[in-house]
Design a protein around this ligand. Structure first.
Ligand SMILES: Cc1cc2nc3c(=O)[nH]c(=O)nc-3n(C[C@H](O)[C@H](O)[C@H](O)COP(=O)(O)OP(=O)(O)OC[C@H]3O[C@@H](n4cnc5c(N)ncnc54)[C@H](O)[C@@H]3O)c2cc1C
Length: 474
């Protein structure tokens, strides 16, 4: 049974909000190539520069002219291009299908869809680790219905193993079993790969890295390093971070680009480690724990027990996550981690495990398999607190966890909300675009939560006190 506490209080109803006053439109409704967006002169202080530094990308984002489609929308067969196949992009496609709208999802995933719903399977044993999202909670009834459906199909189930908090060598303190915690039965990535399996209006293109958006002839043309990816009546940016900022820098969507630029993201190290023997956890044999008071560790979970049950035998696969502070201190380019950094991080995190479990330094058994990975754009630390962003003149929307919070439920709700908003916009024929502008100038507020996300009902006492203090002082 799914709990049906409501997120309504934090999801404002999407209301018409005519906010597109600063635009300098470029028409894209006829066949004239001049209508393709070209960057306007930089009007800020100093010399314009369109190099590749962070500052120049910002200048470029803010100085570009706004695309303005004015051709009628195809009411018979509009198609949406969704860039990003994480939870938000997948649910956006699913909910567009529910409204009879076709879409194509592009995702970079090598092994599968899902983005931060990653599962790593190491053959031949195999060793299985969820290496980002570990579990999720449900508060919204709409997401609850979705989770019920997944549950009936055998894709997700409740995680009954003990989950709680542990403070540097102190006792493990279990969280109550309610609100329930859910896991994907075979790991998060198989869940992501299944979400669109019964759709007929969704086309999935993987492994594809969309590198350019160009408006032409009343549509968006997407391409990957010069190779065409198709043309679409509207597009959805369902990813964030450096990649999205680059894609938006010269897209002709300055309002969307500005909102994306306001997002701050943490960095988190993941250590996947397989041990021959069980770890000496504590008097209560826990399966997942938020770790307090240890610099290098914020979460540890026995993924073998989580996925295969407490009676499972064989190697013990643990996923450990660092704190965001440790991630920041030890940040390197995530695509090319120097081996010395990888080794240093691994040792610091294993030492963190010893401290968390109150073991003597050097006494922890060595893992027979280990791998570190940096999530360079791990979790949002601020949010506009709105389900989605939509620029009706540029026929482009954004969905993602960061619009509402930092967890899978936020990502799912954001994807659903954007799909319904785009469907309503299409239904309107696009004749009163300003009524469909949403989230283009919402202010961002800091997000509180655990280093690996927000889990309503599972906040630590420290976080409840912090939230309470904030309420009293604002
Ligand atoms: C270490 C860690 C632990 C976490 N633990 C939990 C947890 O236990 N519970 C929980 O609820 N949440 C957790 N989260 C958060 C959760 O994973 C995210 O909130 C959620 O997965 C975000 O989904 P999304 O669709 O917004 O983005 P993403 O999952 O990031 O999806 C974006 C997708 O877009 C793709 N993409 C990017 N650029 C392009 C491009 N140019 N072309 C095509 N595709 C592109 C990416 O490859 C990616 O697949 C965790 C996150 C991290 C990093």
């Amino acid at each position: 049974m799914i709990t049906t506490l409501t997120l309504r209080s934090i999801i404002p109803t999407i209301s018409p909000k005519p906010t597109i006053s600063k635009m300098n439109p470029v028409q894209c409704n006829d066949n004239n190539e001049k209508n393709v967006v070209s960057p306007r002169k930089w009007k800020g202080k100093g010399k314009p520069s369109y190099g590749t530094s962070r500052r120049s990308v910002i200048k470029k984002s803010f100085s570009q002219e706004q695309v303005q489609f004015s051709s009628p929308i195809s009411t018979t067969d509009p198609v949406v291009g969704i860039i990003g196949g994480g939870m938000s992009g997948l649910l956006c496609a699913l909910y567009l299908e529910k409204r009879g709208i076709k879409s194509t999802v592009f995702d970079t995933g090598i092994h599968g869809l899902g983005g931060r719903m990653g599962t790593r399977i190491i053959d031949p044993q195999p060793l299985i680790f969820d290496h980002a999202a570990q579990f999720f909670t449900v508060t919204d009834p709409k997401f609850g219905e979705m989770v019920d459906e997944w549950s009936k199909k055998g894709l997700v189930r409740q995680w009954h193993g003990a989950v709680g908090e542990i403070e540097a060598g102190g006792p493990f303190v279990p969280f109550p079993s309610s609100p329930p915690r859910y896991i994907a039965v075979n790991g998060m990535r198989p869940l992501a790969d299944s979400i669109l399996s019964e759709t007929s209006l969704v086309n999935v293109v993987r492994q594809s890295w969309v590198s350019k958006l160009a408006p032409y002839n009343g549509q968006w043309y997407l391409s990957e390093k010069g190779k065409p990816c198709g043309n679409f009546d509207a597009i959805v940016i369902a990813h964030n971070g450096k990649c999205a900022n680059r894609l938006l820098a010269s897209s002709g969507l300055p309002l969307i680009a500005r909102q994306m630029k306001r997002l701050d993201l943490s960095s988190i190290w993941a250590l996947l480690a397989a041990f021959e023997d069980p770890l000496p956890v504590s008097t209560i044999e826990f399966e997942g724990a938020f770790v307090k008071g240890v610099d290098s560790l914020s979460w540890m979970a026995n993924n073998t027990k989580k996925l295969f049950g407490s009676g499972s035998s064989g190697p013990h696969c643990w996923t450990f996550f660092s704190t965001a502070a440790f991630g920041k201190q030890n940040k390197v380019p995530q695509e090319s981690i120097p081996s010395t950094t990888a080794e240093k991080v691994k040792e610091a995190m294993l030492e963190g495990v010893e401290i968390a479990l109150g073991l003597q330094k050097g006494s922890l058994q060595r893992p027979f398999y280990s791998r570190v990975q940096l999530w360079g754009a791990a979790l949002p630390t601020n949010s506009p607190g709105i389900p989605c962003i939509f620029d009706p003149h540029g026929r482009t929307g954004i969905c993602g966890d960061w619009l509402l919070g930092s967890n899978l439920e936020s990502a799912a709700l954001s994807g659903m909300a954007l799909a319904n908003h785009i469907a309503d916009y299409f239904q309107s024929g696009g004749t009163s675009p300003d009524e469909f502008a949403v989230g283009l100038d919402n202010k961002f507020e800091p997000l509180n939560g655990h280093d690996i996300g927000q889990f309503p009902g599972l906040e630590s006492q420290g976080q409840i006190n912090k939230a309470h203090d904030l309420q009293l002082t604002t």
